[in-house]
Ligand binder design. Sequence first.
Ligand code: NAP
Length: 292
Amino acid sequence: MSSYPRTIGILHPGEMGGPVGAAARLAGGRGLWASEGRSAATRQRAEQAGLEDAGSLQRLVAEAQVLISVCPPHAAQSLAEAVAALGFTGLYVDANAISPAHTAEIAATLHRAGTGFVDGGIVGPPVRRAGTTRLYLSGARAAEAAACFEGSPLATMVMTGDIGAASALKMAYAAYTKGGTALQAAILALAQGHGVEADLRQEWEISQPGLADQARASLERAAPKAWRFVPEMEEIAATFEAMGLPGGFHHAAADIYRRLEGHAEDPDPQAAALILELLDDPSKPRGVPLRG
Ligand SMILES: NC(=O)c1ccc[n+]([C@@H]2O[C@H](COP(=O)([O-])OP(=O)(O)OC[C@H]3O[C@@H](n4cnc5c(N)ncnc54)[C@H](OP(=O)(O)O)[C@@H]3O)[C@@H](O)[C@H]2O)c1
């Protein structure tokens, strides 16, 4: 890849994509985005990140040397197909929370169009300062993608594995963090449903100090993003199943997040109400008597 200046397109400047674009600029690159079809919130984030508007995806593909896909997991494939259809010949980094198999499909789509591909996975919050967020990269051209962020607050971790490794790492990581939050939320709802929430809290204070508050705080943080966590949990379940392991933990986690999808615009979700909402699923059987 040629040295600076390097033009990097962000697809799209979401909560994470915006700061990733800002990091690329801090590393000396020129940051682009495409406003066509995007919301006012995305525009605001793009402007905050100092990205230039290429207008359309077509224009973005024509100008960028590197494209970074940072979008909801369910949109990753169609976005890659749109880029492939436009004949992008630069380097495409898919940094989404998707399974290694899904990543391989995207890589194949782009490969057929003559596009270079690097697998990516982001761990940590939207990057604003050094030390919080890591972009894992794998594949033969991973180091080229890492160079786009050299000296920026976004740390890059070039893995020895091939395409699929960065996605697998992200799946394994989020399986525990987001999967764990869903499990804790389900437990809080279970205890609430049986009227033993205060007893569980008391027991946790003895045997698992801090867990009760942490579980409620994690639930409140997750609720506005639940709509995006649903497909991510399904991607994780598929990753387990492809390895011959049970995917049921994360299908259930997807179900939990599905019940919270309505909070996308909620600025201040409260754990108490969210727990009741988890219990309020009309499709679930009620009043099943305990046996024994
Ligand atoms: N946020 C985090 O803390 C975090 C942490 C680690 C990894 N990640 C990863 O980063 C990725 C994006 O997350 P995010 O938090 O940035 O999401 P986000 O804030 O919801 O942003 C998603 C961006 O993609 C666009 N988009 C939405 N639907 C789309 C579609 N169907 N096709 C194409 N673009 C679409 C949105 O544009 P419009 O809204 O304008 O349509 C928005 O600009 C995910 O794969 C996630 O796993 C995020």
